[in-house]
Ligand binder design. Sequence first.
Ligand code: MCN
Ligand code: CUN
Length: 798
Amino acid sequence: AEAEDGGPQPEKHCGHGRGGMGEEVKRKEDQRFITGRGNYVDDIKKPGMLHCELVRSPHAHARIENIDKSRALDVDGVVAVLTAEDLLEYDLATMPTLMDDTQDVLVNDKVKFQSQEVAAVIATDRYTAKDGSQKVVVDYDVLDPVVDAEKALEDDAPLIRDDIEGQEDNHCLDWETGDEEATAEAFDEAPVTVKEQMLYQRLHPAPIETCGAVGDFDPGKDKLTVHMTSQAPHIHRTLFSQVSGIPEHKVRIVSPDVGGGFGNKVPIYPGYVVAAAASYVLEQPVKWVEERSENIQSTGFARDYDMQGELAATEDGEILAVRTDVLADHGAYNAVAQPSKFPAGFFNIFTGSYDIDTAYGSLTAAYTNTAPGGVAYRCSFRVTEAVYLIERMVKVLADELEMDPAEIRRKNFIQPEQFPYESSTGWNYDSGDYEKALDLALEMADYDDYREEQQRRIDEDDDKLLGIGISSFTEVVGAGPGKTCDIAGVEMFDSAEIRVHPTGNATVRVGVQTQGQGHETTFAQIVAEELGMNVDDITVEHGDTDTDPYGLGTYGSRSTPVAGAAAAVASRKVREKAKAIAANELEAAEEDIAWDRESGEFHVAGAPDRSITITEIAAGAYMNKPAGEDPGLEAVNYYDPPEMTYPFGSYIVIVEIDRETGEVEFEKFVAVDDCGNRINPMIIEGQIHGGLAQGIGTAMLEHVTFDDNGNVTGGDFMNYLLPTSMEIPEFETGHTVTPSPHHPIGAKGVGESPTVGSPPAIVNAVVDAMAHGGISHVEMPMTPDVVWEKLDEAGLSM
Ligand code: MCN
Ligand code: CUN
């Protein structure tokens, strides 16, 4: 039903031909992207702009004894060389991380990871800056590094954080959730228990565009503008102001077009601060843009969770309890990008899609001589790890009990009538229908036929094994609410402001920032739907703190759940005012005016022919306003969500494994997603395709590796392998629609679902192919050599 009260609406809209909810509107922003007219940070050119290159440490752990700038300063065109000493003068030598740790902007005393920022060379052009950077002579006293979390916690490990008072070892933090005692009891009494150790390896988001900034201090206005690759311009402004002491209204952050974020552009990096500080000191614009290897080696990595999983169950597959213990690598600083009260992110949602009464999770995190980070990469704050754990463990249990993995899921799913559902670790799931999504996926995958084919191949000793993997994941996206979620103290809400202009078109400004998700289209669709406007008559702006309303930014798939809600609520406020104007124009009483979603028009109740469009109303608002009304037609909404949203899905992956080479080929890849009411099915499909590709990268290829000396051995695209079109199969996507009951338009987020949900489906498929040989786990990335070893272990190799 139509929801004047803002309640959720069923997915019945088809945009009404105006490009509203549910229509496959082509992405408005693509016009400029595909004609080469995008404007990224590196496209920005300012008069007199200087260029910055960072000098980075070749060592992972070393004390700096001396830095000699003189030869660099001799290079023609080098304007300045900055070190920590120079920044100390301005109190900018260190910066806070989002988790309240303190990170060196330029190393003052001791290098803590390879590629850490040691000095900055500013020159008239980039090549000169690079030449200069190679002439900075740094004397290092090299120390023993430790790049492995387990070794870092051993008694004789070298101490990394001697800068923290009282810190005596490399222990970073402990965390726990659930009921330890009740869980232990459940495990003691359970007829069946299973256990598996699994590493969610270190990954990097690796967006096509690396990080960069143009610092532009205007001494005339006493104002600092920083154009930067930012997923969260407002919170970055607040932090810049706090760190620099420049009042917040004198700081402007502009995030122009962003060439992919994937979480990489949530944290603040030393390069941003250096570019801003250098422009302040030199009173000239300064540009800094990373190279590829700098990006992979020094900016926020993801995962690095070594997890032990355990399930307790009955003989017939009812899960009684789940337990996990994690060793986390946080790198040299605690700089994870996540709500500050969640030291393990949202990992404690590891009960997944299942109704499990008893759960306990514990975690220890260590500092290592590796780049800081630990969370970003299409992850919704560690839901990736949680989903991997539970979806892998369900498969382990199914194999132990010789049960069908679809059947065991069905048996344990939270049932539709149990929503809203509170999990044993305290999450409030809004809505779900897990069995429906699984059934659709099974049907799309020809599940039963493939099971038969799998058996046939085993019976006939075929050269190629078949494996079928399932993942029925639940996501949690859309942080806040503000009372539980904050970034650096700022509560997590979001915002939208709508201004309808006299000629009937509108500008919408939002507090989130697109990095490729299509916000300039989908936010316009929400407003088009709610105001009866045409999507082409609406422009969406974002990424400029001088003009946009404050918001917490785009990550954790929160734009639709939070800013999307704000856009709907702001539209409805405009609609309320529009009613008064319509009444005036139609010479009727305001309470007799009704809005018709289908036509998008306002009319006098019972007289549909006496109607008026939003364009006519806009004119009225500026040219013939009713007595007692303010002129204009605009509204703003700051939306603090009552809860998060819980999108879900079922993915089925069918692989073929070559017993001779260990090579894994995708035979079929089915993805059924449910993100509630859908704004733009085509954009959703794009999000799913991209995210599945990243899931394949995770499962098959990607890994940031180190050698014992602390050298990053997986720090460039020769060694950090991304999937290309050659590795990506045809995806078959499907969907179900279970609206979020608390969201104004019933929508949930979707951006991260495919990356969260697919890795366990892929690993489950590979394990499934070898399960008859007794294999219960294969570590990611499942390169042919890793798979072949497992085949060999199972006696299945050829
Ligand atoms: N959408 C929709 N209907 C829904 C839900 C979403 O049409 N019910 C649309 C949205 O309107 C939006 C897109 O799908 O255009 C993604 O929406 P949402 O799930 O709200 O996620 P965000 O917009 O907040 O994007 C963040 C998410 C994250 S956290 C990562 S990481 C990621 C991802 O999006 N980074 C991306 N997808 C990415 N896609 C691109 N191209 N580039 C990135 O950097
Ligand atoms: Cu966790 S990566 Mo996205 O939230 O920007």
